[in-house]
Write a protein that binds this ligand. Sequence first.
Ligand code: SF4
Ligand code: SF4
Ligand code: SF4
Length: 272
Amino acid sequence: MKKYTLPILMLAVFEAVAVTLWLTKDNVFYLINFSYIGGSVALGIFLFIRRYRHARRIVQLLVGLYMLVYLGLICRENMQIEGFWYYLFTGVFEAATIHYAVAKIFGPLLFGRGWCGYACWTAMVLDFLPYKVPAQPRKSLGWIRYISFAASLIFVGALFLAHVGNIERIMFLAFIAGNVLYYAAGIALAFAFKDNRAFCKYLCPVTVFLKPMSYFSLFRVKCDKEKCISCGKCRRVCPMDVDVTDNSRNRKNGTECILCMECVRNCPKGAL
Ligand code: SF4
Ligand code: SF4
Ligand code: SF4
């Protein structure tokens, strides 16, 4: 039973968030929403412990499709970064602001970039592409993320400053257009750089929040130096070019780790 502590703990954390939001906001949606997401994440960790090869992909599809299709398209909530700015400017702690607080701003202090490995609906599609491991060295293009971050902020800020009417409909249309743009850019970059996660490395604006917060993450992959034989396999299978054998928080590309556990699965010595 001890080996199942992590999925139970993860379920408990999400249930705590679910019940707290349900009671404080007097809305049963939060109970259902966070229970579903927590249950999916716990199921994925359980399957991983049971050595099921596609555990991560199952969570990605369960959570990613739920958020994209149900919350985004059916409930018409813009859960992208523009939706976050929108709710932030209106001063409402709802939908995208809660989502960002839990998954992308404060949650990463606990579970790093678990969002990127297990829940993001953009990466859910990109991970189907053929370059699961980058076929080319990483480029120094991370600065582009700050441009897309600023563009999203300016776009929503301009809508508010111009007092544009029917802003909710515009945010829904922006959600559709934004996703089409993300998928098109993500697929183009993946083929151009022979790297499924090129979009995550260079363009995604959300990493402006995710990277600094995940630096302090409690949950990290660590290397047992006694067992490690420096074979380099972990580095070769990592989709994010992380030097996971370095245990310091300053390890190369450390804030890029998406906790996909490919390195752990492939280490021949069980050192991770
Ligand atoms: S970096 Fe951005 S696109 Fe990539 S998985 Fe994370 S949130 Fe999704
Ligand atoms: S795969 Fe394992 S043994 Fe090889 S370098 Fe990485 S941690 Fe060390
Ligand atoms: S392979 Fe290991 S170091 Fe690389 S992103 Fe996945 S969990 Fe992190």
